[in-house]
Design a protein around this ligand. Sequence first.
Ligand SMILES: Cc1ncc(C[n+]2csc(CCOP(=O)(O)OP(=O)(O)O)c2C)c(N)n1
Ligand code: SF4
Length: 280
Amino acid sequence: MNELATPQAVTLTAASYKSAAKPIWCPGCGDFTVLSAITKALAMMQLPPHEVAVVSGIGCSSRIPAYTNCYGFHGVHGRALAAGTGLKVARPDLTVLVTGGDGDGYSIGGNHFMHACRRNVDLTYIVMDNHVYGMTKGQASPTTEPDWDNKLSPGGTGIRSFHPLVIALASGASFVARAFSGDPNGTADIIAQGIRHPGFAFIEVLSPCVTFRPEQREWKQHAHPAPVAPTDDPARAARRIMTDDGFNIGVLYAGNRTPYPAQRRDATHSVAELEAEFQL
Ligand SMILES: Cc1ncc(C[n+]2csc(CCOP(=O)(O)OP(=O)(O)O)c2C)c(N)n1
Ligand code: SF4
């Protein structure tokens, strides 16, 4: 009698999460290491690719879903959180990562950002912040320094920068962290912590645009581990973040708000019935 072979557990590595598509980012772009950090984090957690969905908007950084072999959704500029939140509420069994840039998330998508923090749906939002619109060739974004002088905004915009970490805290995010793409292992660890944290986890990754902000290559000299352990007190976290040098890397706030209680429900109407209601 033939004995049935015992199924062997397959160990997933970072490579298990990479698709065959070759990234077309500029050589040296920080987004390469953010992609590696995401795949490392998923491997650390041994999450099967078909149980993970990566959702994005539009921008260089928003190309991430195509480079993984998880479920992916490359949507509309600024609407990644709307799609990701809806997906997680409908399919709470999936691990949902939402990825994108500072233009996508804080400019056109700024309203969704605040309300996603407030809703506290259990997903992880990874923003590759390079303080510029990379894909559309170097316009100022909400996180651009007011005195950044370039040919599209000569003399600088003169407009105060948006502070995403404090806005996330004030809006109710339950996990707030800053990472640096130059440290892929540290970034992977922070992403894994964000995935494990119940509720909306916001991870701002400083990710240089070497083409339109070549001076950001110097960020590697400035980035340093946050000198204190994460707090669960949002007021203390806000004070620390408002007064740090912008390069404290690590989990800065890990709170305990109860996440939005997503529950899988069976559809009450078919698509055909819904379409019928809109017939003219
Ligand atoms: C509705 C809409 N408005 C504007 C654009 C043009 N657009 C594409 S990407 C982008 C900004 C990208 O910047 P960011 O999100 O910071 O990503 P990066 O390319 O720097 O990674 C803009 C304005 C668009 N595609 N759709
Ligand atoms: S333009 Fe900037 S953000 Fe876009 S791929 Fe090149 S370096 Fe990266």
